[in-house]
Design a protein around this ligand. Structure first.
Ligand SMILES: [Zn+2]
Length: 433
C-alpha cells in the first residue's frame, strides 16, 4: 500500500500538501480494518440530506452521550432552539457535572459562534451523531408535536432552522453537547466530500471503477487529485478543510453568487468515484463535532473557504440544458388536437423519467424533467400548475419530500424559462401553443 501511495504521489503530483490526511497512511489501515461507522450506516448511498428526508432517523432523538444538569437548562435564555433542546434534556434528567464539562461546552459554543460569524448557518446534530437533532421526525411523519412545526402550522426542516443568531446558538449548545451541522445552501457553501472507499458486505475494500483504476488511487482524495490533473487544473487544496471522523476530507468553497449563478445542489459520485458534494438541500458535519466517537478536525481554523473554481462550478451545474435545438417542435396544423397530445405525451414522459430514476438520481431526474417542461411553460404552451400536478406525485412516489420536490421543480422551471420553446400551432383546448 505504501509503495502504491508513493506512485500516486508522483502520478498525481498536484502539490497536495503534507498536512492532507491522505499523506499519512494510517487512515487507510483504519478503513481497511473498518469499524463500520455510524456514517456508513446512516449514509449508505444516500446523502445526509436524503437520509434525513427519507426518514432514516428514528422517531426519537438519540440520547446526548454527555449529559448536563437540569439547572443549566433553565439558565439560558428562552429561544426556540433552546426550548426544543431543554424539553428533550429535561425529560431525560441529564447530568454532567464539574468544570471539565463546563469547559467543553464553552469551547463548543465558541466554535459554533465562530462558524456563525463566517456567515455559516448552523443547526444542532444529535450528540456524537450526524443526524439533525431537530426536527426529530421526517416530514412524512410530522404530527405537529414539534414546537417549531406546531407554530408554523407545517413541517419545519433542519435547513430552515439553521441560524447564525448568537443567542439561539448559545442557548442550544449550552444545553447539550450537540454536534454542529452547517446547512451548506443558506451558508453559500459548496463542500466537496472526499470519501474513503466503503467495504463490501464481506469486508473487502471496493475496487475503483475502470475510469479511476490507476496505481495508487485508493480514496476520494487520490481521485480528486487525478480528476484535477486530467482536467488540467491545479487541485484546490488551499481552502478551509476538515478531516472527517471516518478519515475523509471536506473541502469548503464559496458557491458562485449572482443572478446568473447556478443553484448548486448536492451530488453523489457525480464528479467522480468517492466524491460527493454538498450545497443546497445538504449539510456537513462541522469541526469540532464527533461522530461515533471520532472527531471532525479543521486543518486550519484560520483558513478561509476559497471560491469554487469555475471549472468545478461548471461540472456541478445541474444537468446542463440540452443544446438548444435550432428548430421548433413541428406539428401539422389542422391535425385535431395534436398540440394537446404532444403536451400530454411530454408531461407523461417527464413524470415517467422521474419514476424510473435510479437511487440517488431522483433529484437530478426531477430537475431535468422540470427544465424540459419549464421550457414549454415559458413558451406559453403549458401552465406551470400542470408541471407540479404531473411531477409531484412522481417525486413523492420515489421518496422525495414535498418540500424538496417543490424546490427542485421550481428551480427547474426557472432554468427552463431561460430557453422558452413554443409549439407552432394552437391546440384545440385553446391553450396558446
Ligand atoms: Zn414537523
Amino acid at each position: 500500500m505504501n509503495a502504491s501511495r508513493a506512485v500516486v504521489a508522483l502520478a498525481s503530483a498536484q502539490n497536495r500538501p503534507e498536512h492532507q490526511p491522505h499523506a499519512d497512511g494510517c487512515h487507510h489501515t483504519q478503513a481497511a480494518g473498518n469499524q463500520r461507522s455510524t456514517e456508513e450506516i446512516v449514509k449508505g448511498n444516500q446523502s445526509e440530506a436524503e437520509a434525513a428526508r427519507d426518514g432514516a432517523e428514528p422517531e426519537k432523538p438519540a440520547h446526548p452521550r454527555i449529559q448536563i444538569s437540569p439547572g443549566s437548562i433553565n439558565a439560558h435564555e428562552p429561544d426556540r432552539t433552546g426550548q426544543d433542546a431543554g424539553r428533550t434534556l429535561a425529560g431525560r434528567n441529564c447530568t454532567e457535572r464539574g468544570p471539565a464539562g463546563a469547559a467543553r461546552r464553552e469551547a463548543l459554543v465558541a466554535a459554533v459562534l465562530a462558524h456563525a460569524e463566517r456567515g455559516w448557518h448552523v443547526f444542532p446534530l444529535r450528540a456524537d451523531d450526524k443526524r439533525p437533532a431537530f426536527p426529530d421526525h421526517a416530514e412524512a411523519r410530522c404530527a405537529g408535536r414539534d414546537p417549531r412545526c406546531r407554530r408554523a402550522g407545517r413541517h419545519v426542516s433542519w435547513e430552515e432552522r439553521a441560524t447564525t443568531d448568537p443567542a439561539r446558538i448559545r442557548a442550544a449548545w449550552t444545553s447539550a453537547p450537540y454536534g454542529i451541522g452547517i446547512a451548506t445552501g443558506p451558508s453559500g457553501l459548496l463542500v466537496i466530500d472526499l470519501d474513503q472507499p466503503k467495504p463490501d458486505p464481506a469486508g473487502a475494500i471496493a475496487l475503483p471503477p475502470a475510469e479511476w483504476a490507476e496505481p495508487g488511487i485508493l480514496d476520494g482524495g487520490d481521485v480528486f487529485a487525478l480528476l484535477c490533473q486530467r482536467a488540467g487544473h491545479p487541485a484546490p487544496w488551499d481552502t478551509y478543510a476538515t478531516r472527517t471522523g471516518s478519515g475523509g476530507t471536506h473541502l469548503y468553497f464559496t458557491a458562485p453568487t449572482g443572478p446568473e449563478a447556478p443553484e448548486l445542489r448536492c451530488t453523489a459520485g457525480h464528479l467522480a468515484w468517492l466524491i460527493d458534494t454538498r450545497a443546497h438541500g445538504g449539510y456537513v458535519v462541522a469541526a469540532p463535532s464527533t461522530v461515533a466517537g471520532r472527531a471532525y478536525v479543521a486543518e486550519d481554523d484560520t483558513a478561509e473557504p476559497a471560491p469554487l473554481p469555475g471549472w468545478l462550478t461548471e461540472a456541478l451545474t445541474p444537468r446542463p440544458l440540452p443544446v438548444q435545438a435550432p428548430t421548433p417542435i413541428h406539428l401539422r396544423a389542422g391535425a385535431g388536437d395534436r398540440a394537446g397530445a404532444y403536451l400530454e405525451a411530454a408531461v407523461n414522459r417527464a413524470a415517467e423519467a422521474v419514476r424510473a430514476s435510479g437511487h440517488g438520481q431522483h433529484n437530478r431526474a426531477l430537475y431535468g424533467a422540470a427544465v424540459q417542461l419549464g421550457q414549454l411553460v415559458a413558451g406559453g404552451a403549458l401552465p406551470a400548475g400542470q408541471v407540479y400536478a404531473a411531477l409531484m406525485p412522481a417525486a413523492t412516489a420515489v421518496g422525495q419530500s414535498e418540500a424538496e420536490a417543490t424546490r427542485t421543480i421550481a428551480s427547474g422551471l426557472r432554468a427552463g424559462a431561460k430557453r422558452p420553446r413554443t409549439l407552432p400551432i394552437e391546440s384545440s383546448t385553446g391553450v396558446a401553443a
